[in-house]
Design a protein around this ligand. Structure first.
Ligand code: ACO
Ligand SMILES: O=CC(=O)O
Ligand code: MG
Length: 366
Protein backbone atom coordinates (compact mmCIF):
# COMPACT_ATOMS: atom_id res chain seq x y z
CA UNK A 1 0.00 0.00 0.00
CA UNK A 2 1.27 3.49 -0.83
CA UNK A 3 2.05 5.65 2.21
CA UNK A 4 -0.18 8.73 2.59
CA UNK A 5 2.61 11.09 1.48
CA UNK A 6 2.82 9.32 -1.93
CA UNK A 7 -0.88 8.81 -2.51
CA UNK A 8 -1.26 11.87 -4.72
CA UNK A 9 2.09 11.59 -6.48
CA UNK A 10 1.88 10.89 -10.25
CA UNK A 11 2.75 7.25 -11.01
CA UNK A 12 4.91 8.14 -14.00
CA UNK A 13 7.30 11.00 -14.64
CA UNK A 14 5.41 13.61 -16.65
CA UNK A 15 1.93 12.24 -15.92
CA UNK A 16 -0.66 14.81 -14.79
CA UNK A 17 -1.09 15.21 -11.02
CA UNK A 18 -3.99 13.17 -9.62
CA UNK A 19 -7.09 15.10 -8.53
CA UNK A 20 -7.48 15.75 -4.80
CA UNK A 21 -11.27 15.56 -5.08
CA UNK A 22 -13.47 13.82 -7.61
CA UNK A 23 -15.74 16.44 -9.21
CA UNK A 24 -19.48 15.88 -8.78
CA UNK A 25 -20.36 16.06 -12.46
CA UNK A 26 -23.96 15.13 -13.33
CA UNK A 27 -24.02 11.54 -14.55
CA UNK A 28 -27.66 10.47 -14.29
CA UNK A 29 -27.59 8.44 -17.50
CA UNK A 30 -24.42 6.64 -18.59
CA UNK A 31 -25.53 5.63 -22.04
CA UNK A 32 -23.95 2.50 -23.51
CA UNK A 33 -23.31 2.14 -27.20
CA UNK A 34 -21.42 -0.44 -29.23
CA UNK A 35 -18.97 1.47 -31.44
CA UNK A 36 -18.76 -1.51 -33.83
CA UNK A 37 -22.50 -1.31 -34.52
CA UNK A 38 -22.72 1.15 -37.41
CA UNK A 39 -26.37 1.99 -36.80
CA UNK A 40 -25.83 2.72 -33.12
CA UNK A 41 -22.59 4.57 -33.70
CA UNK A 42 -24.25 6.84 -36.24
CA UNK A 43 -26.68 8.01 -33.54
CA UNK A 44 -23.98 9.10 -31.10
CA UNK A 45 -23.38 12.71 -32.32
CA UNK A 46 -27.11 13.44 -32.04
CA UNK A 47 -27.17 12.03 -28.50
CA UNK A 48 -24.69 14.61 -27.22
CA UNK A 49 -26.56 16.72 -24.65
CA UNK A 50 -29.39 14.18 -24.25
CA UNK A 51 -27.42 12.07 -21.74
CA UNK A 52 -24.82 13.10 -19.19
CA UNK A 53 -22.36 10.39 -20.26
CA UNK A 54 -21.82 8.58 -23.56
CA UNK A 55 -19.97 5.32 -22.97
CA UNK A 56 -18.30 3.42 -25.80
CA UNK A 57 -18.59 -0.19 -24.67
CA UNK A 58 -15.81 -2.55 -25.70
CA UNK A 59 -16.56 -5.44 -23.30
CA UNK A 60 -19.53 -7.81 -22.95
CA UNK A 61 -22.27 -7.33 -25.58
CA UNK A 62 -19.57 -6.68 -28.22
CA UNK A 63 -18.85 -9.83 -30.19
CA UNK A 64 -15.33 -11.22 -29.95
CA UNK A 65 -14.90 -10.78 -33.71
CA UNK A 66 -15.81 -7.10 -33.37
CA UNK A 67 -13.43 -6.14 -30.55
CA UNK A 68 -10.95 -4.39 -32.84
CA UNK A 69 -13.71 -2.70 -34.85
CA UNK A 70 -15.30 -1.45 -31.61
CA UNK A 71 -12.01 -0.01 -30.37
CA UNK A 72 -11.29 1.66 -33.72
CA UNK A 73 -14.89 2.83 -34.00
CA UNK A 74 -14.63 4.52 -30.61
CA UNK A 75 -11.44 6.30 -31.64
CA UNK A 76 -13.11 7.55 -34.81
CA UNK A 77 -16.29 8.70 -33.04
CA UNK A 78 -14.32 10.47 -30.31
CA UNK A 79 -12.10 12.26 -32.80
CA UNK A 80 -15.03 13.37 -34.97
CA UNK A 81 -17.49 14.40 -32.25
CA UNK A 82 -17.67 17.58 -30.19
CA UNK A 83 -19.02 16.28 -26.88
CA UNK A 84 -19.62 19.71 -25.31
CA UNK A 85 -20.58 19.19 -21.66
CA UNK A 86 -21.41 15.49 -22.22
CA UNK A 87 -18.76 13.22 -20.74
CA UNK A 88 -17.09 10.47 -22.78
CA UNK A 89 -16.41 7.21 -20.95
CA UNK A 90 -15.38 3.79 -22.16
CA UNK A 91 -15.78 0.31 -20.72
CA UNK A 92 -12.61 -1.58 -21.58
CA UNK A 93 -12.40 -5.35 -21.74
CA UNK A 94 -11.72 -7.22 -18.52
CA UNK A 95 -8.12 -7.37 -17.34
CA UNK A 96 -7.94 -11.14 -17.81
CA UNK A 97 -8.90 -10.87 -21.49
CA UNK A 98 -6.49 -10.60 -24.43
CA UNK A 99 -7.97 -7.21 -25.37
CA UNK A 100 -7.65 -4.97 -22.30
CA UNK A 101 -4.03 -3.95 -22.85
CA UNK A 102 -4.63 -2.98 -26.47
CA UNK A 103 -7.75 -1.09 -25.43
CA UNK A 104 -5.74 1.19 -23.17
CA UNK A 105 -2.65 1.50 -25.33
CA UNK A 106 -4.82 2.44 -28.33
CA UNK A 107 -7.35 4.72 -26.65
CA UNK A 108 -5.12 6.85 -24.43
CA UNK A 109 -2.74 8.15 -27.13
CA UNK A 110 -5.54 8.57 -29.67
CA UNK A 111 -8.36 10.09 -27.61
CA UNK A 112 -7.01 10.41 -24.05
CA UNK A 113 -7.66 14.15 -24.14
CA UNK A 114 -11.39 13.45 -24.67
CA UNK A 115 -11.82 10.46 -22.35
CA UNK A 116 -13.12 11.36 -18.91
CA UNK A 117 -13.43 7.93 -17.31
CA UNK A 118 -12.33 4.35 -18.01
CA UNK A 119 -14.75 1.80 -16.62
CA UNK A 120 -12.99 -1.41 -15.60
CA UNK A 121 -15.16 -4.53 -15.47
CA UNK A 122 -14.94 -7.50 -13.09
CA UNK A 123 -12.63 -5.75 -10.64
CA UNK A 124 -11.57 -8.23 -7.98
CA UNK A 125 -9.45 -6.11 -5.66
CA UNK A 126 -7.15 -3.13 -5.28
CA UNK A 127 -4.49 -4.91 -7.37
CA UNK A 128 -6.61 -4.50 -10.50
CA UNK A 129 -6.93 -0.76 -9.91
CA UNK A 130 -3.18 -0.46 -9.21
CA UNK A 131 -2.43 -2.12 -12.56
CA UNK A 132 -4.69 0.25 -14.50
CA UNK A 133 -3.51 3.24 -12.45
CA UNK A 134 0.19 2.76 -13.31
CA UNK A 135 -0.49 1.94 -16.94
CA UNK A 136 -2.69 5.02 -17.38
CA UNK A 137 0.00 7.20 -15.80
CA UNK A 138 2.63 5.87 -18.23
CA UNK A 139 0.35 6.33 -21.21
CA UNK A 140 -0.75 9.80 -20.11
CA UNK A 141 2.89 10.86 -19.69
CA UNK A 142 3.80 9.51 -23.11
CA UNK A 143 0.82 11.25 -24.72
CA UNK A 144 1.49 14.53 -22.87
CA UNK A 145 -2.01 14.63 -21.38
CA UNK A 146 -2.78 17.55 -19.10
CA UNK A 147 -5.46 15.98 -16.88
CA UNK A 148 -5.76 12.50 -15.41
CA UNK A 149 -8.25 10.00 -16.78
CA UNK A 150 -10.46 8.71 -13.96
CA UNK A 151 -11.27 5.06 -13.23
CA UNK A 152 -14.65 3.49 -12.47
CA UNK A 153 -14.94 -0.11 -11.25
CA UNK A 154 -17.83 -2.46 -11.88
CA UNK A 155 -18.78 -4.50 -8.86
CA UNK A 156 -19.55 -7.86 -10.37
CA UNK A 157 -17.68 -10.54 -8.48
CA UNK A 158 -18.07 -11.84 -4.95
CA UNK A 159 -14.41 -11.06 -4.36
CA UNK A 160 -14.92 -7.53 -5.60
CA UNK A 161 -17.78 -7.05 -3.14
CA UNK A 162 -15.66 -8.47 -0.30
CA UNK A 163 -12.84 -6.03 -1.23
CA UNK A 164 -15.07 -3.06 -1.89
CA UNK A 165 -13.45 -0.58 0.51
CA UNK A 166 -9.92 -1.35 -0.75
CA UNK A 167 -11.08 -0.95 -4.36
CA UNK A 168 -12.64 2.45 -3.66
CA UNK A 169 -9.50 3.67 -1.88
CA UNK A 170 -6.95 2.09 -4.25
CA UNK A 171 -6.16 5.24 -6.24
CA UNK A 172 -7.01 8.94 -6.39
CA UNK A 173 -8.29 8.15 -9.89
CA UNK A 174 -11.25 6.22 -8.49
CA UNK A 175 -14.38 8.03 -9.66
CA UNK A 176 -17.06 5.53 -8.69
CA UNK A 177 -18.58 2.06 -8.72
CA UNK A 178 -21.42 0.51 -10.69
CA UNK A 179 -23.44 -2.54 -9.79
CA UNK A 180 -22.96 -5.35 -12.32
CA UNK A 181 -25.94 -7.55 -11.45
CA UNK A 182 -25.58 -10.02 -14.31
CA UNK A 183 -21.97 -11.05 -13.75
CA UNK A 184 -22.37 -10.73 -10.00
CA UNK A 185 -25.37 -13.05 -9.96
CA UNK A 186 -23.39 -15.62 -11.95
CA UNK A 187 -20.28 -15.30 -9.81
CA UNK A 188 -22.28 -15.64 -6.59
CA UNK A 189 -24.26 -18.55 -8.05
CA UNK A 190 -27.50 -16.68 -7.45
CA UNK A 191 -30.47 -18.37 -9.11
CA UNK A 192 -31.74 -15.48 -11.19
CA UNK A 193 -31.23 -15.30 -14.93
CA UNK A 194 -32.36 -11.66 -15.14
CA UNK A 195 -30.11 -8.68 -15.81
CA UNK A 196 -30.89 -6.55 -12.72
CA UNK A 197 -34.30 -5.99 -11.21
CA UNK A 198 -36.35 -8.03 -8.78
CA UNK A 199 -37.51 -11.61 -8.87
CA UNK A 200 -41.01 -12.88 -8.06
CA UNK A 201 -39.55 -15.74 -6.02
CA UNK A 202 -37.62 -13.43 -3.69
CA UNK A 203 -40.42 -12.38 -1.39
CA UNK A 204 -41.82 -12.07 2.09
CA UNK A 205 -45.32 -13.42 2.82
CA UNK A 206 -47.87 -11.97 5.18
CA UNK A 207 -48.43 -14.01 8.37
CA UNK A 208 -51.26 -16.58 8.17
CA UNK A 209 -54.54 -15.65 9.83
CA UNK A 210 -55.19 -17.41 13.18
CA UNK A 211 -58.38 -19.33 13.85
CA UNK A 212 -60.29 -19.00 17.16
CA UNK A 213 -58.47 -22.11 18.41
CA UNK A 214 -55.15 -20.33 17.88
CA UNK A 215 -54.00 -22.46 14.91
CA UNK A 216 -52.60 -20.75 11.81
CA UNK A 217 -54.42 -21.14 8.49
CA UNK A 218 -51.32 -21.46 6.31
CA UNK A 219 -53.50 -22.22 3.26
CA UNK A 220 -55.35 -18.89 3.41
CA UNK A 221 -54.83 -16.23 0.75
CA UNK A 222 -52.01 -13.96 1.90
CA UNK A 223 -50.30 -10.93 0.46
CA UNK A 224 -46.77 -11.37 -0.73
CA UNK A 225 -44.24 -8.56 -1.00
CA UNK A 226 -41.52 -8.87 -3.58
CA UNK A 227 -38.12 -7.93 -2.14
CA UNK A 228 -35.13 -6.32 -3.79
CA UNK A 229 -32.37 -8.82 -4.60
CA UNK A 230 -29.86 -5.98 -4.92
CA UNK A 231 -30.57 -4.00 -1.78
CA UNK A 232 -27.61 -5.33 0.19
CA UNK A 233 -25.08 -4.80 -2.59
CA UNK A 234 -26.28 -1.31 -3.47
CA UNK A 235 -26.24 -0.27 0.18
CA UNK A 236 -22.66 -1.55 0.59
CA UNK A 237 -21.64 0.22 -2.56
CA UNK A 238 -23.18 3.50 -1.40
CA UNK A 239 -21.40 3.37 1.97
CA UNK A 240 -18.02 2.47 0.46
CA UNK A 241 -18.30 5.26 -2.13
CA UNK A 242 -19.46 7.89 0.38
CA UNK A 243 -16.60 6.95 2.70
CA UNK A 244 -14.09 7.54 -0.13
CA UNK A 245 -15.72 10.62 -1.70
CA UNK A 246 -16.58 8.81 -4.95
CA UNK A 247 -19.90 8.00 -6.68
CA UNK A 248 -22.17 4.93 -6.77
CA UNK A 249 -24.33 3.94 -9.75
CA UNK A 250 -26.98 1.36 -10.52
CA UNK A 251 -25.93 -0.74 -13.52
CA UNK A 252 -27.92 -2.38 -16.31
CA UNK A 253 -31.64 -3.13 -16.27
CA UNK A 254 -32.04 -5.73 -18.98
CA UNK A 255 -35.83 -5.89 -19.35
CA UNK A 256 -35.95 -3.06 -21.87
CA UNK A 257 -39.71 -3.44 -22.43
CA UNK A 258 -40.57 -3.15 -18.72
CA UNK A 259 -40.13 0.59 -18.35
CA UNK A 260 -42.21 0.57 -15.15
CA UNK A 261 -40.04 -1.87 -13.19
CA UNK A 262 -36.96 -0.15 -14.63
CA UNK A 263 -38.13 3.13 -13.13
CA UNK A 264 -38.77 1.45 -9.75
CA UNK A 265 -35.31 -0.10 -9.69
CA UNK A 266 -33.65 3.18 -10.67
CA UNK A 267 -35.65 5.05 -8.02
CA UNK A 268 -34.68 2.62 -5.26
CA UNK A 269 -31.04 3.20 -6.19
CA UNK A 270 -31.54 6.99 -6.26
CA UNK A 271 -33.20 6.98 -2.83
CA UNK A 272 -30.42 4.85 -1.39
CA UNK A 273 -27.75 7.31 -2.58
CA UNK A 274 -26.79 6.38 -6.15
CA UNK A 275 -26.17 9.33 -8.47
CA UNK A 276 -27.02 7.65 -11.77
CA UNK A 277 -27.45 4.49 -13.77
CA UNK A 278 -26.59 2.84 -17.07
CA UNK A 279 -28.98 3.15 -19.96
CA UNK A 280 -28.80 0.38 -22.55
CA UNK A 281 -31.55 1.50 -24.89
CA UNK A 282 -32.92 4.93 -25.84
CA UNK A 283 -36.15 4.03 -23.99
CA UNK A 284 -34.31 4.12 -20.67
CA UNK A 285 -32.79 7.59 -21.06
CA UNK A 286 -35.78 9.70 -20.06
CA UNK A 287 -36.43 7.37 -17.13
CA UNK A 288 -32.89 7.81 -15.82
CA UNK A 289 -32.91 11.58 -16.31
CA UNK A 290 -36.25 11.89 -14.53
CA UNK A 291 -35.50 9.57 -11.64
CA UNK A 292 -32.00 10.87 -10.87
CA UNK A 293 -33.14 14.52 -10.91
CA UNK A 294 -34.84 15.42 -7.63
CA UNK A 295 -38.55 16.18 -7.71
CA UNK A 296 -39.16 19.98 -7.62
CA UNK A 297 -41.52 19.46 -4.64
CA UNK A 298 -38.64 17.89 -2.68
CA UNK A 299 -36.35 20.71 -3.76
CA UNK A 300 -38.91 23.27 -2.60
CA UNK A 301 -39.14 21.53 0.77
CA UNK A 302 -35.34 21.50 1.05
CA UNK A 303 -35.14 25.25 0.39
CA UNK A 304 -37.90 25.86 2.97
CA UNK A 305 -36.02 23.90 5.61
CA UNK A 306 -32.83 25.76 4.77
CA UNK A 307 -34.60 29.10 5.16
CA UNK A 308 -36.39 28.06 8.36
CA UNK A 309 -33.21 26.78 9.97
CA UNK A 310 -31.50 30.18 9.96
CA UNK A 311 -27.92 29.61 11.15
CA UNK A 312 -28.39 25.85 10.68
CA UNK A 313 -28.64 24.86 14.33
CA UNK A 314 -31.50 24.10 16.68
CA UNK A 315 -34.93 22.62 15.98
CA UNK A 316 -38.02 24.05 14.26
CA UNK A 317 -41.48 22.77 13.36
CA UNK A 318 -42.46 22.83 9.69
CA UNK A 319 -45.79 21.37 8.50
CA UNK A 320 -46.10 19.48 11.77
CA UNK A 321 -42.64 17.91 11.47
CA UNK A 322 -39.47 18.49 13.43
CA UNK A 323 -36.49 19.77 11.44
CA UNK A 324 -33.03 20.19 12.94
CA UNK A 325 -29.32 20.30 12.11
CA UNK A 326 -29.39 16.74 10.71
CA UNK A 327 -32.50 17.07 8.56
CA UNK A 328 -31.03 20.33 7.25
CA UNK A 329 -27.99 18.36 6.07
CA UNK A 330 -30.33 16.00 4.20
CA UNK A 331 -31.95 19.02 2.59
CA UNK A 332 -28.59 20.48 1.62
CA UNK A 333 -27.81 17.28 -0.31
CA UNK A 334 -31.00 17.89 -2.30
CA UNK A 335 -30.23 21.59 -2.85
CA UNK A 336 -26.66 20.84 -3.97
CA UNK A 337 -27.89 18.30 -6.53
CA UNK A 338 -30.59 20.68 -7.79
CA UNK A 339 -27.98 23.40 -8.24
CA UNK A 340 -25.55 21.10 -10.07
CA UNK A 341 -28.28 19.99 -12.45
CA UNK A 342 -29.52 23.55 -12.95
CA UNK A 343 -26.07 24.46 -14.24
CA UNK A 344 -26.39 22.02 -17.16
CA UNK A 345 -30.13 21.66 -17.75
CA UNK A 346 -32.13 24.85 -18.51
CA UNK A 347 -35.50 23.11 -18.13
CA UNK A 348 -34.63 21.82 -14.68
CA UNK A 349 -33.05 25.16 -13.81
CA UNK A 350 -36.42 26.82 -14.43
CA UNK A 351 -38.33 24.26 -12.37
CA UNK A 352 -35.90 24.43 -9.45
CA UNK A 353 -35.82 28.25 -9.57
CA UNK A 354 -39.63 28.20 -9.23
CA UNK A 355 -39.30 25.77 -6.31
CA UNK A 356 -36.82 28.09 -4.61
CA UNK A 357 -39.03 31.14 -5.21
CA UNK A 358 -42.06 29.29 -3.80
CA UNK A 359 -40.04 28.26 -0.72
CA UNK A 360 -38.88 31.81 -0.15
CA UNK A 361 -42.36 33.29 -0.54
CA UNK A 362 -43.78 30.74 1.96
CA UNK A 363 -41.00 31.68 4.36
CA UNK A 364 -41.84 35.41 4.08
CA UNK A 365 -45.55 34.72 4.71
CA UNK A 366 -44.72 32.51 7.73
C1 ACO B 1 -24.74 -6.98 -18.54
C2 ACO B 1 -24.06 -5.84 -19.30
O1 ACO B 1 -22.88 -5.83 -19.44
S1 ACO B 1 -25.08 -4.53 -19.80
C3 ACO B 1 -24.02 -3.56 -20.82
C4 ACO B 1 -23.76 -4.17 -22.17
N1 ACO B 1 -24.92 -4.18 -23.04
C5 ACO B 1 -25.17 -3.17 -23.87
O2 ACO B 1 -24.40 -2.23 -23.94
C6 ACO B 1 -26.42 -3.26 -24.69
C7 ACO B 1 -26.66 -1.98 -25.47
N2 ACO B 1 -27.94 -2.03 -26.15
C8 ACO B 1 -28.14 -2.82 -27.22
O3 ACO B 1 -27.26 -3.51 -27.68
C9 ACO B 1 -29.51 -2.77 -27.86
O4 ACO B 1 -30.25 -1.71 -27.31
C10 ACO B 1 -30.35 -4.06 -27.67
C11 ACO B 1 -29.63 -5.28 -28.24
C12 ACO B 1 -30.66 -4.28 -26.20
C13 ACO B 1 -31.69 -3.84 -28.39
O5 ACO B 1 -31.37 -3.44 -29.71
P1 ACO B 1 -32.47 -3.42 -30.85
O6 ACO B 1 -33.14 -4.76 -30.92
O7 ACO B 1 -31.87 -2.84 -32.07
O8 ACO B 1 -33.53 -2.40 -30.22
P2 ACO B 1 -34.64 -1.60 -30.96
O9 ACO B 1 -35.04 -2.28 -32.26
O10 ACO B 1 -35.73 -1.36 -29.99
O11 ACO B 1 -33.91 -0.23 -31.28
C14 ACO B 1 -34.62 0.91 -31.68
C15 ACO B 1 -33.65 1.91 -32.24
O12 ACO B 1 -32.76 2.34 -31.20
C16 ACO B 1 -31.41 2.12 -31.58
N3 ACO B 1 -30.67 1.71 -30.39
C17 ACO B 1 -30.82 0.59 -29.64
N4 ACO B 1 -29.97 0.59 -28.60
C18 ACO B 1 -29.26 1.74 -28.70
C19 ACO B 1 -28.22 2.28 -27.92
N5 ACO B 1 -27.74 1.66 -26.83
N6 ACO B 1 -27.73 3.48 -28.29
C20 ACO B 1 -28.19 4.13 -29.39
N7 ACO B 1 -29.17 3.64 -30.16
C21 ACO B 1 -29.71 2.46 -29.82
C22 ACO B 1 -31.46 1.01 -32.62
O13 ACO B 1 -30.33 1.09 -33.45
C23 ACO B 1 -32.75 1.33 -33.33
O14 ACO B 1 -32.53 2.35 -34.26
P3 ACO B 1 -33.50 2.56 -35.54
O15 ACO B 1 -34.84 2.98 -35.01
O16 ACO B 1 -32.83 3.63 -36.33
O17 ACO B 1 -33.56 1.23 -36.24
O1 LIG C 1 -21.68 -5.65 -16.62
C1 LIG C 1 -22.72 -5.68 -16.05
C2 LIG C 1 -23.28 -6.84 -15.45
O2 LIG C 1 -24.40 -6.73 -14.93
O3 LIG C 1 -22.62 -7.88 -15.53
MG1 MG D 1 -20.70 -7.57 -16.52
Amino acid sequence: MRPAKDFFAPLAVGAPAPLREIPARPSRAIHFFDPSNAKMAAKVPAMVGTVDVLLGNLEDAVKADNKVAAREGLVRIAQETDFGPTQLWTRINSLDSPWALDDLTTLVPAIGDKLDVVMVPKVQGAEDIHYVDRLLAQLEAKAGLQRPILVHAILETARGVANIEQICGASPRMQGLSLGPADLAADRRMKTTRVGGGHPGYLVRQDPPRGSDGTSDVGADRSVYQQDLWHYTIARMVDACAMHGIYPYYGPFGDIADVVACEDQFRNAFLLGCVGTWTLHPKQIDIARRVFSPDPADVEHAYRVRAAMGDGTGAVMLDGKMEDDASLKQCLVMVALAEQLSAIDPELAERYAKAQAAAESTEQEG
